[in-house]
Design a protein around this ligand. Sequence first.
Ligand code: PMP
Length: 420
Amino acid sequence: IGRLYRQHVSPGQWAAFGLLGLDRITVDHAEDVHYVDRSGRRILDFFGGFGAMALGHNHPRLLAVRRGFQDQQRHELGLTLPSQYVAALSRNLAMLAPEDLDRVMLYCTGSEAVEAAIKLAERAQGPRRAGVAYARKSFHGKTIGALSVTDSRFYRGRFEVLPRRRAVPFGDAEALEELLRRDRGIGVLILETVQGGAGIVLPPPGYLQRVRELCDRYGVLWIADEVQCGVGRTGRFFAFEHAGVTPDIVTLAKALGGGKTAISAVLARRDLHDRAYGGTRGALVHGPSTFSGMGEACCTAIETLHVLHDENLLANAAEQGDYLLARLRGLRDRHPQLIREVRGSGLMAAVEFTDISASFPGITGLLAGVLDRPLRGSVAMLTGSQLLSEHGVLVGFTDYNRNVVRLEPPLTVQPEHIDA
Ligand code: PMP
């Protein structure tokens, strides 16, 4: 596999795991919270596709749904003819959402949903209020529209297609108010409810309530990007539920497919949606993509919602998330010189190490041989490779903060995995 990768696969598709030497691992199969490699070694998956593996790997009920599609001649494309699967999934999502959010659009990826959400909001606001505010250290995807609100010069380069954008610090309601008061052209705000790419940054208490108030006062539409933190990750189906407020538009992806398929959704307030895409002519402006609402993907998503319910996985996410944080805080208390902070919400957790590269320049030198310039000096990568090689645990990183290890295990995780 390694040889074929080096020969044919664009390095951009594997540089991230190549840096860690993970390109040497050949996965034989994966089951629940584990990968198993060719030699039978079990690797505990606390990376979880940045939150995509909600039900763990290969949940038997998702496998059964997919077998049903393979064995029978079911109707697949949601594009051309009415699909009972699109109808049912849209209804189920609307039932889970607060009552205003009952218009559903289905796509395949998070980036696609983010772009559809921004487009919908801009159209609902009209050209004079089409400016978009977004947060510092946001991550909303790598396609060009989503990149326009992703606050990373490294990823974005010169790809900025939205005509008017303004960044505000995440969690700072005063800065947001200042912007909205000053710039009435801003009619849209997009925020990750919990910032994932930034290194798991939680909204400070009271922040989302203030966001709701400010958006109401200044007539701004709030898009909650829950591609990573939604679908139960934080112990509630939507992360915004913790704050008791409702955004105008929500994006979901990743975990919606149970880790088994690519599916994303935009949930929007009916009045906004109809303002943006009213009438048949308006509706045709933003129809489905070819593979929006594929039967197999919809049924996998519907079954994912059922399994979340039947196996009580939101409660498990909350309970195991508390346990994970408690254990990590124990480690922090024992090693305050090594661990700066532990934080999280449900099973979206981060360990932020102190920047030991400053006190031990040798470490940076050591890494310099292994890592390319943008990632050099990454304490998280060093820690992560150590975790993998010594303990068989796979964790996530972020380019925004190289001292952060991200932990996003499947929602099926049990205390013994956390102990390990
Ligand atoms: N929004 C958020 C909050 C994300 O974390 C991501 C992916 N990490 C995206 C959007 C983009 O999703 P996708 O990779 O499926 O395009």
